[in-house]
Design a protein around this ligand. Structure first.
Ligand code: URA
Length: 210
């Protein structure tokens, strides 16, 4: 598993505003989108391309285009939905699948309550969107789901992660081609499974407590 922590003042600045508990939902949503676009630039560094020949106004030249089959973007509902627009802004030709996962607040273990994904993901590059890599349970389950359907490579984009979650993910995805791109690696998890210092419940801050 490769882990890439974005190290850029713009990302740290935007994350600081996200962390601030006084930041209202509309600003939180807009910033999440901007942050994901910045992280997506890094996350798509390995996207597969193929050479094409084109004609400029001056001459013929060889460039590249994103290969088929198209990459698949998979936001994990509900909070991952807040990351989708920022991702497809950079990768407009990607297909979008959905995985609905919720964690049991007592056991902290995830269950899948909705799924809309192609049956066969052979040769697909998949980009999972999940803002908070906390215990790692739901992300590990989502990644496993995609590999079981034949995915070739999975990249997860997260705004924040806790070391405990990364460790679990590393163990559960051993031997698989997985990349994690993070806005920041935080200090720890608290006793309720929240990332510290974190930003609170990402879904609630995006969409309200419903
Ligand atoms: N999910 C969140 O939204 N926030 C956390 O801190 C941990 C899990």
């Amino acid at each position: 598993m490769r882990v890439h922590v974005a190290d850029h003042p713009l990302i740290t600045h935007k994350l600081t505003v996200l962390r601030d508990k006084t930041t209202p939902s509309p600003v939180f949503r807009a910033l999440t989108e901007e942050l994901v676009t910045l992280l997506a630039y890094e996350a798509t560094r390995g996207v597969t391309v193929e050479e094409i020949t084109i004609q400029t106004p001056v001459t013929e030249t060889v460039g590249v285009k994103i290969s088929e089959p198209r990459p698949l973007v998979v936001p994990i509902l509900r909070a991952g939905l807040g990351m989708l627009e920022g991702m497809v802004k950079l990768l407009p030709t990607a297909e979008v699948g959905f995985l609905g996962m919720v964690r049991n607040e007592e056991t902290l273990e995830p269950t899948t309550y909705a799924e809309r994904l192609p049956d066969d993901l052979s040769d697909r590059q998949c980009f999972v969107l999940d803002p908070m890599l906390a215990t790692g349970g739901s992300l590990a389950a989502a990644i496993d789901f995609l590999f079981q359907r034949g995915a070739m490579h999975v990249t997860a984009i997260c705004l924040l992660a806790a070391p405990e979650g990364l460790e679990r993910l590393e163990a559960e995805t051993a031997g698989k081609d997985v990349t994690i791109v993070l806005g920041a690696l935080d200090e720890k998890l608290d006793e309720n499974g929240y990332i510290v210092p974190g930003l609170g419940d990402a879904g609630d801050r995006l969409y309200g407590v419903v």
